[in-house]
Design a binder for this molecule. Structure first.
Ligand code: SF4
Length: 365
């Protein structure tokens, strides 16, 4: 298939859905698959994928929404920076509405904070050039997909000799979070629908421990309905046949086995890997990217001091459990009542990739 319409073709989706039903017929156990990535969660809801599956297949949403897994203390630091008089915060739009412990960037903007939404971290360079009397802090939040762009922003800024652009680095890596979920044994996961975008950068190799050590079949999957259903079928075939668990690539039109070497080199040059805290999941070993010492002049935390308030979270928000696949949004007492996209209490309701937002917009299937 070459054209995007073919990946949305109803006849093909019905055909694969039929194949899935046929394959699970006679299989007694319920199969739980986790879609790790928030973009998959939204795509699954938007296309009504759950209604095309057998009752025997349970889809769980995982921790792959970058805004959602960013802990409150990161947000609180960003908010504290935005209150300093000579600071401009640049960020992707999703971060603006996420509630921190007692405020949000949107709230700070309303009271005079200079907070600007950018479409690429590279846009921050222009803002730094135009505002040499200010310090610009870009909020570096995201997974392996955005990290190369931030690495490139740092190297470009260095080349241009700019000294007023900093990164508040909160980048995270997906495969260690998948392994942390399996290690915790809180939820039974029979197979992973692995993130397509992240895998365009990292390729298939970083998932090998998931299939080799934890024996959980995994398929790197695209985002159109045909992609998702095909990825599910590939997983089910591995599970039912009890084949040796493998990492397979369904999303071959975008993902290469070896990933994107150039982007990986860029990341290696700028970042080091370290332990990182995830919302609801605690500190996960080797799951975060930190700016290497040779680029420490761009590290906001190392160069700009600020007092950060003590972290608080809404006691009834269960985002952490939702991100671990332990609970679903309707189990939250605030869902659709106090917590809505216009008045989000937790990040999972803010982000376009958040599970609570997906349940809110598309309903419970
Ligand atoms: Fe948190 Fe709102 Fe989701 Fe409840 S519905 S878990 S309060 S984001």
């Amino acid at each position: 298939m070459k054209y995007i319409d073919e990946f949305r073709n109803k006849k093909i989706t019905r055909y694969i859905s039929g194949k899935i039903q046929e394959t699970v017929k006679g299989y007694n156990d319920r199969i739980t698959l986790m879609e790790v990535c928030g973009t998959h969660t939204t795509a699954i809801f938007r296309a009504g994928i759950k209604s095309l599956l057998s009752d025997k297949i349970n889809l769980l949403s995982g921790p792959g929404c970058p805004v959602c897994v960013t802990p409150n203390h990161y947000l609180d630091r960003a908010i504290a920076y935005s209150r300093l008089p000579d600071i401009i915060i640049t960020t992707f739009g999703d971060m603006i509405k996420v509630p921190g412990s007692s405020s949000s960037l949107e709230g700070e903007k309303g009271t005079g904070g200079d907070i600007r939404v950018v479409y690429s971290p590279l846009d921050s360079i222009k803002i730094a050039e135009e505002n040499t009397d200010k310090r610009i802090i870009f909020l570096g939040v995201g997974f392996e997909t955005t990290a190369p762009l931030v690495a490139s922003t740092i190297t470009t800024t260095k080349k241009e000799g700019l000294s007023n652009l900093f990164i508040l680095c909160g980048h995270k890596l997906i495969p260690p979070a998948m392994m942390a979920l399996l290690e915790s044994e809180e939820v039974n996961i029979d197979g992973f629908i692995c993130p397509g975008h992240v895998s365009t950068i990292i390729g298939a190799e970083p998932y090998l421990p998931v299939v080799e050590k934890y024996k959980v079949p995994s398929v790197i999957t695209g985002f159109e309905p045909v992609d998702i259903l095909e990825g599910i079928l590939m997983l089910i075939i591995q599970i039912i046949n009890e084949d040796k668990p493998e990492i397979e690539i369904q999303y071959k039109r975008a993902v290469k086995e070896e990933g994107n070497r150039k982007a990986l080199q860029l990341m290696d040059n700028v970042f080091r890997i370290g332990d990182s805290e995830w919302r609801g999941m605690g500190v996960i070993p080797k799951s975060g990217l930190f700016i290497q010492d040779k680029y420490s002049g761009f590290d906001a935390e190392k160069n700009i001091e600020v007092e950060v308030e003590e972290t608080k979270e809404h006691p009834e928000c269960i985002c952490g459990e939702i991100l671990r696949g332990v609970k679903t949004p309707p189990m939250c007492s605030l869902f659709k009542k106090l917590c809505t996209p216009d008045n989000p209490i937790g990040p999972c309701m803010v982000s376009s990739e958040g599970t609570c937002a997906a349940y809110y917009h598309y309903g419970v299937v």
